[in-house]
Design a protein around this ligand. Structure first.
Ligand code: MN3
Length: 201
């Protein structure tokens, strides 16, 4: 099996004016494609691993031969994280259901959660992601560097934000706070609820 890039599940301009068309096109067609291509290249010599789902590769990186471990962590992580990212974005979806209840239970209220998540993302040094994960029966906010994936840490992601410059720079330059404000306008809470339901199983 060869890993493939799924098409974006909506038009490149679907998230305007929050996330711009050009960024979405470059981010999906170039950046994500590169992670897929490099993951495939890394596994060319390990045919046995090509049958595994990318999350299974990331769950236990110690099972990956040393020569390919870093490539799988970086490019497999990049593939997983971006495959998680696209369907998690949609305009005009109101928060509801279990994710709303669990956020209120864990963080007091939505505004406090939003502030804590935003502060965590703004505190991330260099490139990486900020995540809301489900771990040991509760929600938790974590940062991961580069394309490191929460799955490798034994945590299930329910929401994440890409804090690489390629995700924001064309429209927001270095104004990460504005980018994060826009991100909160395009969260597909229905998808986040699906992830939470899966995590709580
Ligand atoms: Mn990215």
């Amino acid at each position: 099996m060869v890993y493939v890039l799924e098409p974006l599940p909506y038009a490149y301009n679907a998230l305007e004016p929050y996330f711009d068309e050009q960024t979405m096109k470059l981010h999906h067609d170039k950046h994500h494609q590169t992670y897929v291509d490099k993951l495939n290249a890394a596994l060319e010599v390990h045919k046995d691993l090509q049958n595994k789902k990318v999350e299974d590769l990331l769950k236990d990186l110690n099972k990956i031969p040393e020569s390919s471990k870093t490539a799988v962590k970086n490019h497999g992580g990049g593939h997983f994280n971006h495959s998680f990212w696209w369907p998690m974005l949609k305009k005009d979806v109101q928060i509801s259901g279990d994710i709303q209840k669990n956020i209120n239970a864990s963080f007091g209220n939505f505004e406090d959660f939003k502030k804590k998540f935003t502060d965590s993302a703004l505190g991330l040094f260099g490139s990486g992601w900020t995540w809301l994960v489900f771990s040991n029966g509760k929600l938790e906010i974590i940062n991961t560097p580069n394309q490191d994936c929460p799955i490798t840490l034994g945590k299930v992601p329910v929401l994440g934000v890409d804090m690489w410059e390629h995700s924001m720079y064309l429209r927001y330059n270095n104004r990460k706070g504005e980018y994060l404000g826009a991100f909160f306008k395009v969260i597909n809470w229905d998808k986040v609820n699906e992830h939470l339901k899966h995590a709580m199983k």
